[in-house]
Ligand binder design. Structure first.
Ligand code: ZN
Length: 201
């Protein structure tokens, strides 16, 4: 059906269908909905996208999200304990850890996990920046909060070896994190317990 629609609408559908969890049918539903809502809604979406494109980038220190090319609010905060660094897979893992309120240190976002099966090796994980951060900020403890999946465990094991050589205390989220579970979707209590029960590797 998409090919009877105007070309710009077809392009919009193709773009929307690339979003996670959105197939081509849902993409078409969204696109038609936006057009039905009228030009104000399209303008609103377009302005939000444009502002995001211009203003949002990766924090140069932790690789989380920041605004205007500077440090993110966490890296910029003087309240944050500078000697603890929590390593997470993705930016989506940070808000639940924050709301569990057990952690007041800094973060480092990997964006990828080591995966021998998918051919992702250590050279793809900007680990040189992780080591720079550990050295430059005098980090005493690194909390490995990668998921308890095969790739998450492989990454934690690799990082543990690397960081132990630097003389850093390395801990890993423990009890409470279900095997195969993504950190991003854990409830507050589970995550809170996991932080309390973290253990030496
Ligand atoms: Zn940051």
């Amino acid at each position: 059906m998409a090919d009877i629609l105007p070309k710009p609408l077809q392009r919009l559908i193709l773009v929307l269908a690339k979003l996670p969890g959105v197939g081509s049918r849902t993409a078409m539903r969204y696109a038609l909905h936006l057009v039905r809502e009228g030009s104000d809604r399209l303008e609103e979406l377009s302005a939000a996208l444009d502002e995001t494109r211009r203003e949002v980038s990766l924090c140069p220190s932790c690789f989380g999200m920041s605004e205007g090319g500077g440090l993110c609010p966490i890296c910029a905060s003087p309240e944050r304990r500078g000697e603890t660094l929590c390593v997470v897979e993705g930016i989506g893992d940070m808000p639940p850890i924050e709301s569990a309120a057990q952690y007041a240190g800094r973060y480092f976002v990997l964006h990828k996990l080591l995966s021998p099966l998918k051919g992702v090796g250590p050279q793809e994980l900007h680990l040189d920046r992780l080591l720079d951060t550990v050295r430059d900020h005098g980090i005493a403890e690194v909390v490995l909060a990668t998921p308890l999946t095969t790739d998450g465990e492989a990454t934690a094991t690799y990082l543990s070896r690397l960081l132990t050589q630097e003389g850093v205390r390395v801990t890993r989220l423990a009890a409470g994190v279900p095997v195969g579970g993504a950190i991003e979707y854990l409830d507050r209590l589970t995550l809170s317990r996991a932080f309390q029960d973290r253990k030496e590797l």
